[in-house]
Design a protein around this ligand. Structure first.
Ligand SMILES: O=C(CO)[C@H](O)[C@H](O)COP(=O)(O)O
Length: 250
């Protein structure tokens, strides 16, 4: 058994590897959606490097303020949201993914913008370290974005669905509640096992004041994860293929 530090280092290396593989799939002229989190961040940095050093011509929109700031810092030309804007490729992380590429997202609190951009994308590519692949979704608490006024009733409704809710606190100041980029609250729902993600997604959507949930179903076209030390491409319901077999989007 390796130490927790060694495991963290290994996962950090995996994030770099999947981020670099995804950055290699971006082509001149693409409009790119930029995800949020510790796997999306190295992707943004490497993409910026391609823009600065190779003259890659792309435009992008980010799924969070943090990713937007990083993208501008590394020199990626940014687009504001506007009608008709579509993304050729969005690269984002995930908290859990199953073999159908159903996802839990929102660990970083950006699930609303992430779902908006994912839905406006022709190709959602997930980049994840090996700890994220699961047989069944639900061990990772499912994040919800909630309008502050509605919080008590949303907590009641989620508890009735069996997902013990915990209101997220600000990591830097645990006396405060965490806020999304939209000023909403975040609630983490402990389901442990989600037997039927589609049914749960429909039930959650009926709760007033629950703005968005972190189940991303039927959105991801592919994922790059690390298995056996090498980057592998997963597509919904298909066997993994070595990423080295692709030089562009599969
Ligand atoms: O959904 C997200 C942020 O809202 C992230 O993609 C998810 O939390 C994975 O993050 P990381 O790559 O840091 O593990």
């Amino acid at each position: 058994m390796s130490s927790p530090e060694t495991q963290q280092q290994q996962l950090a290396q995996e994030k770099q590897l999947v981020a670099a593989t995804a950055a290699g799939w971006v082509r001149d002229g693409m409009v790119v959606g930029l995800g949020t989190g510790s796997t999306a961040a190295p992707f943004i940095e490497l993409l910026g490097q391609r823009v600065r050093e190779d003259g890659l011509r792309i435009q992008a929109t980010a799924t969070s303020r943090a990713s937007d700031e990083l993208a501008r810092e590394v020199g990626i030309p940014m687009l504001e949201p506007r009608r008709g804007l579509r993304f050729d490729l969005t690269v984002d992380g995930a908290d859990e993914l199953d073999s159908q590429l159903r996802l839990i997202k929102g660990g970083g609190g950006a699930l609303l913008r992430e779902k908006v951009i994912a839905t406006a994308s022709d190709y959602l590519l997930i980049v994840a370290d090996s700890s994220k692949a699961v047989a069944q979704l639900g061990r990772f608490p499912l994040p919800l974005e909630v309008v502050p006024f509605a919080l008590p009733w949303v907590l009641d409704a989620v508890a009735a669905l069996g997902g013990a809710p915990v209101v997220r606190v600000n990591k830097l100041n645990p006396a405060e509640l965490a806020q999304s980029d939209q000023g909403n609250l975040l609630v983490d729902c402990h389901f442990e096992q989600i037997e039927d993600p589609s049914a749960l997604a429909l039930q959650l959507k009926t709760i007033p004041g629950m703005v968005e949930h972190g189940l991303f179903l039927g959105l991801a076209r592919a994922a790059i994860i690390v298995q056996g030390g090498a980057a592998q491409v997963l597509r919904p319901g298909q066997a993994a293929v070595a990423a080295a077999a692709f030089s562009a989007l599969p």
